[in-house]
Ligand binder design. Sequence first.
Ligand code: KMH
Ligand code: ZN
Length: 275
Amino acid sequence: MTTGTLITVAPTGAESAKTEVPALPVTLDELLLTAKECEALGAAVIHVHIRDDEARPTLDPGRLGATVAALRESTDLIVQLSTGGAVTDPEADRLAVLDAAPDMASCTMGTVNFGDQVFLNRWEFVVELHTRMQERGIVPEYEIFDLGHLSALQRLLGKYGLPHGGHVHVDFVMGVPGGMPGTTATLVAAQQMLRDLPEGTTFSATGIGRTSLPVLLAALSAGGHLRVGMEDTVTYAKGRPVESNMQLVARAVGFAQLAQRPPLNTAEARELLGL
Ligand code: KMH
Ligand code: ZN
């Protein structure tokens, strides 16, 4: 059944440097302003990576806790912390992200080549993330960088049970060099594989870099949801840098409305995700 569109904003990520992308929100104030404006435009979920005083990616527990509290204070957005962090972050620090007690956290379903680097997600680590989230009442978003990650998710749920809230939501992260390509054909193949997951499983999709628009259009037409933001896309159109996360959210909202699948508000999003 086609519903409205869940729009997630991923405003910062761990890969772009502030010096190269000055519009990237890296301070708490910049993040809060972005969050409020994106919520007003139609985003319902914020996928959060934070930075230190030098704008480097960090998983500092104090900062993560303060960020969750400040986002809750200033917005009604569903706060999803990244447990992916940067490719250099140790597993223990990534697991400790859950101590900040977000509404949701990402859980990447396997290792993937990530450009010239490796984004390591060992099976035992994925199991630890999934089961800790179950115990603590945190809803996972399963990050799928490659089609085999969906088989891993099927295995995970079969062995360890459903996530907190009982609803399964995945995010196809497409177009990473080393992962699945950001094409309509691949999105359809990934969607077909959801048949092996619990009934009612929902998906969002995001396309990295120039795959952003094809993935957005394919996801909308396939009944999926959208993730957009400067974590994934820093070029709005050929030769035109993204000016702000709001610009990307506004474009996604416009396409969702054209598709007659308007943005879900935060209450509707909470219901969809089993929060
Ligand atoms: N920064 C990437 C290495 C996530 O947030 O869970 C991993 C990532 C996925 O962004
Ligand atoms: Zn992320």
